[in-house]
Ligand binder design. Structure first.
Ligand SMILES: C[S@@+](CC[C@H](N)C(=O)[O-])C[C@H]1O[C@@H](n2cnc3c(N)ncnc32)[C@H](O)[C@@H]1O
Length: 361
C-alpha cells in the first residue's frame, strides 16, 4: 500500500533484490524512490526497468544501480567535503569530464556554480544526462576528451572534475593535458581528480567494477580477455569498460611533466602520526592477501594460461608491496609516508590539481 513505509530492506542484498523484482516489482520501485529521493521518479523507473531487463540476475546489481541513481547525492557529499577544506564551487565555471548522467553537475548547480558544462563520449550517457538535468541550465557536450577539442565558447573553467574517468579513457596523459589546457590560470582554480587505486589490497582482491580477484593487476587487453572468460560465472552480461590503470606515483609524474601540481585529498594527520604507524602488521596482511587472492584465482573458471598470468602478476604485486613497505620506517619523511599511504592504503586516489607556475595564476 502506498501509505506503508518504503520496503528498503528489499535493497539489502542482490538475492533479496532479484527475488523481489520477480514477485514485488512495485515495492522495489518504491524502495528505490525512497533511497534516491532527489532523482525524479520517472528517471529511477526508466533506469531500473532497463537495467533489470538487460542484466537479469546480475549479482552486482545494487552496486550498478547505486552508481547511477546515487550520483547526485554523491556529488553533493563531495562538494561538501571539498568545501570543508576551502575548495568551493560558488560562482565558478565548472566542467565535468565524463559526466555520465550529470549527477555531479546537478550538485554543482545547486551549490551555486555559475556555469555547469558536462562532456561525455557516450551518446547513451548523454541522453541520460539530458533527462536527469532537464531544465536546470546544465550544458552537455558530446566529446572525446582524448581526441577532440571543446567547441568555441567553452572554457576556461575555474573547476574541472574528473571523477572515476581516468581509468576509462584511452589515454590518461591526454586527458590530464586536456585538464591543463582548460583550467583557468590562477591559484583559485582547481581540478578534482578521483580514481580507484589499483594498488589497494581490496581492489586487488576484487576489481572494483567486476569483482574478479587479481584482475586489476593485468594490462587492459589481458583483463578484457579474462572478463570474457569469467563473466558468465559471475552472472554478468556487462562489457569490459576499463582502460589501463594508473598508480599514484605514475600519476604524479605525469602531472609534473605537464605543469600541474597535485595535493592529495586525504586527512594527513593520522597518516603522519608516527606513534601509530598505519603500516604496522604489513607482512601478515600481505601474506594473507596473497593466499586469499591466489585461492580465488585458482577457483576461477578461466583458462590455465589466464590463471598463471594472474598468479604471476599477484606475486609481482606482493613483492613490490613488501619492498615499498620495507623502504619506509618511522624515520621516513612526511612525503614518503604520504606516498606509501596513497599507494596502498587509500581505496581511491583523490587529488586536487592546480597550475604549477605561479605566473599561470
Ligand atoms: C565510470 S564512468 C564515471 C562517470 C561519472 N564521472 C561518475 O563519477 O559517476 C566513466 C565515464 O567516462 C566516460 N568517458 C570515457 N572515455 C571518455 C572520453 N574519452 N571522453 C569523454 N568521456 C569519456 C564514459 O562514457 C563514462 O560515462
Amino acid at each position: 500500500m502506498s501509505g506503508d513505509p518504503p520496503p528498503l530492506d528489499l535493497l539489502r542484498d542482490a538475492d533479496t533484490f532479484w527475488a523481489a523484482v520477480a514477485t514485488r516489482l512495485p515495492d522495489v520501485a518504491r524502495a528505490l524512490y525512497a533511497r534516491y529521493p532527489v532523482v525524479p521518479r520517472s528517471y529511477v523507473e526508466a533506469y531500473f526497468l532497463s537495467f533489470t531487463r538487460d542484466h537479469p540476475g546480475d549479482p552486482r546489481a545494487l552496486l550498478y544501480l547505486d552508481s547511477e541513481l546515487g550520483a547526485p547525492a554523491r556529488g553533493t557529499a563531495l562538494l561538501q567535503a571539498l568545501g570543508s577544506v576551502g575548495v568551493k564551487v560558488v560562482g565558478a565555471r565548472c566542467l565535468d569530464i565524463g559526466c555520465s548522467n550529470g549527477g555531479l553537475l546537478l550538485a554543482a548547480a545547486a551549490s551555486g556554480a555559475r556555469r555547469c558544462v558536462g562532456v561525455e563520449i557516450s551518446v547513451e550517457r548523454l541522453e541520460s544526462a539530458h533527462r536527469l538535468t532537464q531544465g536546470r541550465g546544465i550544458e552537455l557536450v558530446p566529446l572525446d576528451v582524448v581526441r577532440e577539442e571543446l567547441p568555441e565558447g567553452y572554457g576556461p573553467f575555474d573547476v574541472i572534475f574528473c571523477f572515476d574517468v581516468l581509468e576509462h579513457v584511452s589515454s590518461a596523459a591526454a586527458t590530464l593535458a586536456f585538464i591543463k589546457r582548460h583550467l583557468q590560470a590562477g591559484r583559485r582554480s582547481f581540478s578534482f581528480l578521483s580514481l580507484f587505486n589499483p594498488r589497494h589490497p581490496d581492489n586487488v582482491a576484487a576489481e572494483p567494477h567486476y569483482g574478479v580477484p587479481g584482475m586489476i593487476l593485468l594490462p587492459q587487453d589481458a583483463a578484457r580477455e579474462l572478463w570474457t572468460e569469467v563473466r558468465g560465472a559471475f552472472g554478468s552480461t556487462l562489457d569490459y569498460e576499463v582502460a589501463d590503470w594508473t598508480p599514484y606515483g605514475a600519476l604524479v609524474d605525469m602531472l609534473g611533466r605537464i605543469g600541474l601540481t597535485s595535493s592529495p585529498f586525504v586527512d594527513s594527520l593520522p597518516v603522519l602520526d608516527r606513534s601509530r604507524p598505519f603500516w604496522a602488521g604489513f607482512r601478515k596482511r600481505i601474506a594473507d592477501l596473497e593466499a586469499r587472492v591466489a585461492d580465488g584465482v585458482r577457483g576461477l573458471g578461466a583458462r590455465p594460461a589466464s590463471k598463471e598470468l594472474l598468479l604471476e602478476s599477484l606475486r609481482r604485486y606482493c613483492g613490490r608491496y613488501l619492498q615499498d613497505h620495507k623502504a619506509v620506517s618511522a624515520g621516513a619523511r612526511d612525503e614518503q609516508l604520504l606516498a606509501l599511504y596513497l599507494d596502498y592504503y587509500s581505496h581511491t586516489i583523490q587529488l586536487v590539481l592546480r597550475h604549477a607556475e605561479p605566473s599561470a595564476g
